[in-house]
Design a protein around this ligand. Structure first.
Ligand SMILES: *Cc1c(COP(=O)(O)O)cnc(C)c1O
Length: 357
C-alpha cells in the first residue's frame, strides 16, 4: 500500500506508471536520445503522440464520426469564453444552469457575448443540490451545464433532455462514468483531473454548431482553425499532451470507462457509507446529488476540525481540505486514486470517531 494517499482536487493524482513513463521520456523519448521536452511538435515523433491521444479519447468516449477532438491551451477557464465567442451571437440567448462556482464563472463570461438565460440556480442553498425542475427555452442557442461541481461536491447524474445543442463543462468527471457523449455538441475539460497533466484542455465538438456567429474571431480563438490544423495551429503543450496520451493508454488497460466506473462507484460508496455511519462527520450536499468524484463533508464540532486535519497529515492523507470558498473537508476520488486509499481514509475516520465520539 502506498504511504501517501493523494486526494488533491486538481492537479491531482496520476497513475504511477504514467509518472514513471513521463519521467523516462524527459531523459530519452522513445529511444530518440532526445527529451520529450526538446522535440519539434511538427515531427512524426510528436504527431504519433497526438494521434494516439486523440484516437484513445475517441475510443474511450465511443464518439461517432460527427465528433472531433481538440487539445487546446488555456484551461477550462478559457472555454468559459471561447464557447460563447464561437457559438452565441449578439442577438442570441444561451441557457445556463447555475449549480456551482465554475458554472457561475461560465455564465459571467457568456454575458460578454450575448444574452444569458439562467434557467435555474441552487445558489439559495449554497449550491448543495442540483435544481431539477427547469425549462430550457426551445429557441435557446444552446444549453450549458457543469456535470460535476468540483468545489461543492454535487453531480448531475442524468443528461438533461433538450432539443437545443447541449454543452458541458466535464472537467472533473469526464471518463469517470459511462455516458452517451454523442448527445453533446460540445464538451470541454481541463486535463488536470481525470485526463492527465495541467496545461491542456480536451475539447470535443460536433462541427454542426460552428460557423453561425456574425462576429469576427481572433485566429487562436476560432475552433474551426484548430480543427483544420489538427490541434497544431501553434505550438501545442507537448509535454501535457504526452501525459494525457499515457493516462488514456493506462485507462484503456484498466478496461476503459465502464471498468473504472465500477471502481469509482465502490470508492464513493465506501466513503459516503462511512460518513453516514459516523455522527462526527456530516456530508454537506443532498444525498441524491452526491458527487462520486469530490466528496465534501464537515465536522460540526469546530474544536475537532484541526485534530482531524492533523490525523490526516500524520497518516499520509494529502489535501483532505475543502476549497477555500466553502471550508470543511473534501476528498477527491479521481480515476487514478486506488480503492486502497479510500479504505485507508475510512479506517482513519472510524478510528477518529471512536476516539472523539
Ligand atoms: C478545475 C475546474 C475548472 C477550472 O479549470 P482551469 O483549468 O483551472 O481553468 C473549471 N470547471 C470545473 C468543473 C473544474 O473542476
Amino acid at each position: 500500500m502506498p504511504l501517501i494517499h493523494n486526494f488533491n482536487s486538481g492537479p491531482s493524482i496520476l497513475p504511477k506508471q504514467v509518472l514513471e513513463q513521463a519521467a523516462a521520456a524527459i531523459h530519452d523519448f522513445n529511444h530518440s536520445e532526445l527529451s520529450i521536452l526538446e522535440i519539434g511538435h511538427r515531427t512524426s515523433l510528436f504527431q504519433d503522440v497526438l494521434d494516439e491521444a486523440v484516437a484513445s479519447l475517441k475510443e474511450l468516449m465511443e464518439l461517432d464520426q460527427e465528433h472531433e477532438v481538440l487539445f487546446l491551451h488555456g484551461g477550462a477557464s478559457t472555454q468559459f469564453f471561447q464557447v460563447p465567442m464561437n457559438i452565441l451571437d449578439d442577438s442570441g440567448s444561451a441557457a445556463y444552469l447555475d449549480c456551482g462556482t465554475w458554472g457561475t464563472k461560465a455564465i459571467k463570461e457568456a454575458r460578454l457575448f450575448g444574452r444569458v438565460d439562467v434557467v435555474a440556480s441552487s445558489k439559495d442553498r449554497n449550491y448543495t443540490y442540483i435544481p431539477k425542475d427547469y425549462r430550457i427555452p426551445p429557441d435557446a442557442t444552446y444549453f450549458h451545464y457543469t456535470t460535476n461541481n468540483t468545489i461543492e461536491g454535487t453531480q448531475v447524474h442524468d443528461i438533461p433532455q433538450t432539443p437545443v445543442p447541449l454543452i458541458a463543462d466535464m472537467s472533473s468527471d469526464i471518463l469517470s462514468r459511462v455516458m452517451d457523449f454523442n448527445r453533446f455538441d460540445l464538451i470541454y475539460a481541463g486535463a488536470q483531473k481525470n485526463i492527465g497533466a495541467a496545461g491542456v484542455n480536451a475539447v470535443i465538438i460536433n462541427k454542426r454548431i460552428l460557423g453561425k456567429v456574425s462576429r469576427r474571431l481572433p485566429s487562436m480563438m476560432d475552433y474551426r482553425n484548430h480543427l483544420e490544423n489538427g490541434s497544431m495551429l501553434n505550438t501545442p503543450p507537448v509535454f501535457a499532451i504526452y501525459v494525457c496520451m499515457l493516462t488514456l493508454r493506462w485507462l484503456k488497460e484498466q478496461g476503459g470507462v465502464a471498468a473504472i466506473e465500477k471502481i469509482n462507484d465502490a470508492k464513493a460508496r465506501l466513503l459516503y457509507d462511512t460518513l453516514d455511519a459516523l455522527p462526527v462527520f456530516r456530508p454537506k450536499v443532498d444525498r441524491a446529488d452526491r458527487s462520486r468524484m469530490n466528496v465534501v463533508f464537515v465536522i460540526d464540532q469546530p474544536e475537532l476540525d484541526a485534530a482531524f486535519q492533523e490525523a490526516c497529515k500524520a497518516n499520509g492523507m494529502v489535501a483532505i481540505r475543502g476549497h477555500r470558498s466553502v471550508g470543511g473537508f473534501r476528498a477527491s476520488l479521481y480515476n487514478a486514486l486506488p480503492l486502497s486509499s479510500v479504505q485507508a481514509l475510512t479506517e482513519l475516520m472510524r478510528y477518529f470517531a471512536q476516539k472523539n465520539g
